[in-house]
Design a protein around this ligand. Structure first.
Ligand code: G3H
Ligand code: 13P
Ligand code: ZN
Length: 311
């Protein structure tokens, strides 16, 4: 099976009331953990690569590793650029074998966002690649950009129809209260998402796939383990999984998860190095990180996304 776009995945997910997990990948063990879980549960997958991941691991390595995972697991996989900042990085990924790209013009004003997004859509569609755009701005950290809680802005439902029509995007990322990273709400603040805005958006663009960024749930199990093995993650808090499950049943077809993978992987590595301080074979601790990723992704597929047996 070759890498696929997200078109069919999203259509089925929309109609079936489930969502596809979009997991960030940075190295071989992370790719293995995610794809082994999805392969076993027969779930379609989106593997996404940020600019930081390309810088860390090299574009070519990541493409080849994903291709290997595809051959071994035989499930539909889309390879996606996460938070493409400009036309150049999107073009480089389109030319370099990705099947989906995100152009993130959410920090621009409405007209500039449309202009930048439209340019990417034209090039991508000529090459059989699909495009995710974004309207509204999440708080948190992605790459080197930090958006404060105060500067985050919900998506304005009045703008979505025009944005989708004028840009030609294939899916739309929206801001309804999720945020990037492991500290999603202010200390003491009750986690909440604006499902009313989501419903309004759904009504304006019926049948159109919506994307939720910043959707890690920050499992306390891994937070506690990292703390037990010497870390400090006070105030780490994520999106409650009941809310993510509710979103997955709606027009939300893609749910982005990165921080949870980082927490699971780090908890595994720390555990080995804490219990066996003399260990110096990287395989000894990396395999524990990989095992945690597999457990985490299996749980997401079964209990949050509902994408098992949809491959
Ligand atoms: O939304 C951002 C993702 O978590 C990627 O993070 O840019 O540090 O790889 P990164
Ligand atoms: P988290 O930080 O919640 O995992 O979000 C990841 C993300 O949105 C990647 O684009
Ligand atoms: Zn994101």
């Amino acid at each position: 099976m070759a890498l696929v776009t997200t078109t069919e995945m999203f259509q089925k997910a929309y109609n079936g009331g489930y969502a596809i997990g979009a997991f960030n990948v940075n190295n071989m063990e992370i790719i293995q953990g995610i794809t082994e879980a999805a392969g076993k549960l027969r779930s379609p997958l989106i593997l996404q690569v940020s600019a930081g991941a390309r810088k860390y691991a090299n574009h070519k390595y990541l493409v080849k590793l994903v291709e290997a995972a595809l051959e071994i697991n035989d499930i539909p996989i889309s390879l996606h650029l996460d938070h493409g900042a400009d036309f150049e990085i999107c073009k480089s990924c389109i030319d370099g074998g990705f099947t989906s790209v995100m152009i993130d013009g959410s920090h621009y004003d409405f007209e500039k966002n449309i202009e930048v997004t439209k340019g990417v859509v034209e090039y991508a569609h000529e090459h059989g690649v699909v495009v995710e755009g974004e309207l509204g701005q999440l708080s948190g950290i992605e790459d080197d950009v930090k958006v404060s809680f105060e500067d985050a802005a919900y998506t304005n439902p009045d703008q979505v129809e025009e944005f989708v029509k004028r840009t030609g995007v294939d899916s739309l990322a929206i801001a309804i209260g999720t945020s990037h990273g492991a500290f999603k709400f202010k200390p003491g603040q009750k986690p909440q998402l604006r499902f009313d805005i989501l419903k309004e958006i759904e009504a304006r663009i019926p049948g159109f796939p919506i994307v939720l960024h910043g959707a890690s749930s920050v499992p306390q199990k891994y937070v506690c383990e990292i703390e037990q093995f010497g870390g400090n993650l006070a105030d780490a808090i994520g999106i409650p999984e009941v809310m993510l499950r509710e979103a997955a049943k709606s027009a939300v077809c893609k749910i982005n998860i990165d921080s949870d993978l980082r927490l699971a992987f780090t908890a595994g590595v720390r555990k080995v190095l804490y219990n066996e301080p003399d260990a110096f074979d990287p395989r000894a601790y990396l395999q524990e990180g990989r095992a945690n990723i597999k457990t985490l992704v299996s749980h997401k597929i079964l209990d949050v996304l509902g994408s098992d047996n949809k491959a």
